[in-house]
Design a protein around this ligand. Structure first.
Ligand code: AR6
Length: 183
């Protein structure tokens, strides 16, 4: 119980624009090409500048559920960790484990590079249509669980783009706090 509560204290939920976050790394909800797109991906590339795309070009893409890191260029964040989430179909083609893998891989890469603060958008819940409530549950439980094994990470912020998303994350966090034995 004590260890579990320690993990929860590292989580924050804020409503806002992830491109403005002053953290070691922000996560980009990318696609497998890593060559930019709409949504949060477009906003991050816009704010980081052309050099981000130049570095992404040499990465050779990234598999869904995995992640790759670049510099942050003109962002306040020093790094961007790019992760392609799953395209939601009907929940039967591995969407949930793949979304969990996105969160886990980003945190593992952050720990490998001794990063302490990381901010996530709600991966998969825009263009890729992952149901928002379920995505928030997976995000919060996967991050909480992963942090037990990654002691260097001090703060994980979920940056929600609107109130509905923030409420879904708050509800998911409340559910974990009410039922710690479920983890
Ligand atoms: N800050 C924080 N969250 C944001 C921002 C922002 N500036 N902008 C949008 N969101 P999406 P996906 C939220 O569509 O579903 C791209 O074209 C948004 O409200 O950005 O993983 C990629 O290139 C939603 O809750 O990502 C891929 O092709 C969440 O970010 C594809 O979209 C994710 O929405 C990936 O789709």
């Amino acid at each position: 119980m004590k260890v579990f509560m320690g993990m929860i204290e590292k989580l924050q939920i804020v409503e806002g624009d992830i491109t403005q976050m002053d953290v070691d790394a922000i996560v980009n909800a990318a696609n497998e090409t890593l060559l930019g797109g709409g949504g949060v991906d477009g906003a991050i590339h816009w704010a980081a500048g052309q050099k981000l795309l130049e570095e992404c070009r040499i990465l050779g893409g990234c598999a869904t559920g995995n992640a790759k890191m670049t510099a942050g260029y003109e962002l306040k964040a020093r790094y961007v960790i790019h992760t392609p989430g799953p395209v939601w179909r009907d929940g039967t083609v591995n969407e949930e484990p793949l979304l969990a893998s996105c969160y886990r891989r980003c945190l593992e890469i952050a720990e490998e590079h001794q990063l302490k603060t990381i901010a996530f958008p709600a991966i998969g819940t825009g263009v890729y249509r992952f149901p928002k409530k379920r995505a928030a549950e997976i995000a919060v439980t996967t991050v909480t669980d992963s942090l037990r094994k990654l002691p260097g990470i001090e703060t994980v912020t979920f940056v929600c783009f609107n109130e509905e998303s923030a409420n879904a994350h708050r509800a998911a966090l409340d559910a974990i706090c009410a039922e710690p034995s479920s983890l």
